[in-house]
Design a binder for this molecule. Sequence first.
Ligand SMILES: NC(=O)c1ccc[n+]([C@@H]2O[C@H](COP(=O)([O-])OP(=O)(O)OC[C@H]3O[C@@H](n4cnc5c(N)ncnc54)[C@H](O)[C@@H]3O)[C@@H](O)[C@H]2O)c1
Length: 318
Amino acid sequence: MIGRKLALRLAADGVLAGRAVSQLSLVDVVEPARPAGAGLEVVTRTADLCDPDTVRALVAGRPDVVFHLAAVVSGEAEADVDKGYRVNLDASRLLLEAIRAAGPEYVPRVVFSSSIAVFGPPFPEAIGDDHCTAPLTSYGTQKAIVELLLSDYTRRGFLDGVAIRLPTICVRPGTPNLAASGFFSSIIREPLNGREAVLPVPDDVRHWFASPRAAVGFLLRAAELTAEELGARRALTMPGVSATVGDEIEALRRVAGEEAVARIRREPDPAILRIVDTWPGRFDPRRALELGFRAEADFGEIVRVYLEDDLPVAAAGA
Ligand SMILES: NC(=O)c1ccc[n+]([C@@H]2O[C@H](COP(=O)([O-])OP(=O)(O)OC[C@H]3O[C@@H](n4cnc5c(N)ncnc54)[C@H](O)[C@@H]3O)[C@@H](O)[C@H]2O)c1
């Protein structure tokens, strides 16, 4: 989802880090969507990043910037231990190794989409940039390991990495996925599309959010920061909006009224609550803010982004 939106934005801008983009090479295990109307060369490849030959072939093109977004999401990584470690850790290591093997003079910027799931409780009121990474999910563990690898490969001069810890990206367009966080989006998206949504946790659950549009902005900013600006610590917690499920519902009520809110059906799910209870609710992401990363100001703005960017597309497809 985020990769597709990033590709659309790159195709529209034609510029990255102040330089014209000559080629966009998109790879996914399912056929990547080709951004419509791109004025630059777009190459798409349907391939599995767990395959070393595939990864070597991708790196052979020597892209200046690599956005590494491929992953299995939290719910799936918890349910299928082998798949989670294979895709989220082993494939990432293959990619880093392939870049290293491409030669000492090839040092691309590698932007890795990490997650706030690298943090685990107990949490302070607001989690600062120096809080330790102690994840309590397999997904968070896999992301934390890749952050460390990225930092070490950067220190060794094999590549020039930045890991951005994304908040939960909301409102996720399209159909629900296997992420345990899926309900945060579906309780907004489904009612806005005239459908029912299931809410498995209480209204006072607090979490950290940003829109897909903000996520694309984070990735672009991460691609353009200089090594001097970044320093040695290459994993950055992204800014976001701290909101409760109740705040989300209020934002929905403001834009779509009581009728939309009535489409949310409360169905407590202890398994989801157990996972969500290990997630952080508020950050103090000073470094990222100082480096120019920006998210929305409140949850109402996040809903407005969905209305502007995705609801018209969903309505057209309905
Ligand atoms: N969406 C969020 O709330 C969120 C929050 C924190 C971090 N992230 C991270 O951001 C990235 C993008 O998230 P998204 O929401 O767009 O997820 P997504 O599931 O929409 O995209 C991930 C893509 O990876 C692809 N993929 C999976 N296994 C692959 C493999 N072996 N080879 C090639 N491609 C493979 C999938 O087909 C999918 O298109 C992920 O790394 C995710 O962990 C997302």
